[in-house]
Design a protein around this ligand. Sequence first.
Ligand code: PPE
Length: 315
Amino acid sequence: MEKSEWIWMNGEFVRWDEAKVHVLSHGLHYGTGVFEGIRAYETARGTAIFRHADHLDRLFRSAMSYRLELPHSQAALREATHELIRRNELASCYIRPLAFRGYGNLGLHAHDSPIEMVIAVWPWGAYLGEDSKRTGIRAKVSSWRRTSPDSLIPHAKASGQYLNSILATTEMVQAGYDEAIMLDQRGLVSEGPGENIFVVRDGTIITPPHTASILDGITRRSVIQIGRDLGYTVEERDVARAELYLAEEVFLTGTAAELVPVREIDDIPVGEPGEITRHIQNKFEDALYGRAEEYLEWLDIVEQPSVERPSKVTS
Ligand code: PPE
């Protein structure tokens, strides 16, 4: 990964290489943490954090689900993130806030360990490759089922839960594909290891519902709204595995991945990125880069301090 200079850690700005934890930190042993993945883009109005408030809301809901009382307010975290981006002088970046049980006591009585919080920002290019956003990827249905809602909390973005995504990713890489698609405990389509999924059938855009063990993706929400605003019918309903093969178009959405078309699933061609996928992808990119008036409210602009410019020397 590409380093930046500063990391925000428990209320202070520390050097990237100095942001360290004790090896007996609770979160390292049991995955007791919650996090977010957010992106900031360079726009004509300055660096803009996409749906920042929605991401911070989700962080607090994830924390609540696992009974983690976060020691900083949403407003304080927002301000810390703005300052961090300014200090690192980044025009665009990926933003990773993380709250975890730190060093105190090991064992399953988690409340004995204090909660630590960090925010890191760094430049991170397209997750599945820049080309894949244009040409599409090859996906494989995983043999690993997505975390079921009766043993963990798919709605929470919790550190330990990502072992499930890592099993699916490792299997998919070894088999030679670009990304995995996971089914839920019922055998219906759920999502990717780090993305939500959409299929297009008979011109209708369909995505699995909240009851299919998905993460309530913020890109998913944006795409549902953009799709409807563009006049498409968007349905949240269960998707059978075979519908992946029967679909006219399939695409994945996520903060890191953005919007990635799927051109092949289980070696069955879906085809080149389709018209509806491209239509939504273009509008979504306009929203990210501040080119869509109707979605400007999604952008949290990082204000730059006014710099005193030396007055021009005239001869
Ligand atoms: N499902 C999962 C399991 C998931 O991790 C993500 C985000 C999504 C759906 C899409 O959610 P959203 O980003 O709000 O649209 N995955 C994050 C972490 C990826 C990683 O490799 O780490 C991300 O995209 O930032």
